[in-house]
Design a protein around this ligand. Structure first.
Ligand SMILES: Cc1cc2nc3c(=O)[nH]c(=O)nc-3n(C[C@H](O)[C@H](O)[C@H](O)COP(=O)(O)O)c2cc1C
Length: 125
């Protein structure tokens, strides 16, 4: 959706497949980071939690984050992700967030489009 709006230089990583050292170095190259994670045993999916704790340890700052959470019975990764991001300094966390229950429903495409629009507008501020 961001690419369709003309945004260049987008990268997307699966945290369960990419070494966290790559994820961290990539995080330093981008102004906006969308963190999308399932809820895992009432927590954040552990590779994503590991990534977040690592960028926190590296004191990543001056970034804008958006959060997408997923869960099947009690999604709460979003709240937990925001808690870690809130412990970091000089970053912005967009208030718009999305909760996906198990899988993306057609009815939520508009929510994703709205989040993409928010990120796009923020990039062009
Ligand atoms: C091991 C495991 C633990 C999970 N823990 C939670 C949880 O605590 N709360 C929750 O709402 N969903 C939980 N889920 C569901 C996931 O967040 C996600 O919604 C689901 O795995 C997506 O559907 P799929 O596995 O069929 O692709 C868990 C899934 C797995 C496999």
């Amino acid at each position: 959706m961001l690419a369709d709006k003309g945004v260049h230089g987008i990268a997307m990583y699966d945290v369960s497949k990419t070494d966290v050292s790559v994820l961290v170095s990539e995080a330093f190259k981008f102004s906006h980071i969308v963190v999308a994670s399932s809820t895992y045993n009432n927590g954040i999916f552990t590779p994503m939690e590991n990534f977040l704790l690592d960028i926190k340890a590296h004191a990543l700052q001056n970034r804008t984050f958006a959060v997408i959470e997923n869960g099947t019975w009690a999604p709460q990764s979003g709240k937990l992700i925001r808690a870690i991001l809130g412990e970091m300094k000089n970053n912005t966390v967009l208030e718009d967030g999305i909760t996906l229950k198990s899988s993306l429903k057609q009815s939520q495409m508009a929510d994703l489009e709205a989040l993409a629009e928010t990120i796009y507008n923020d990039l062009n501020r």
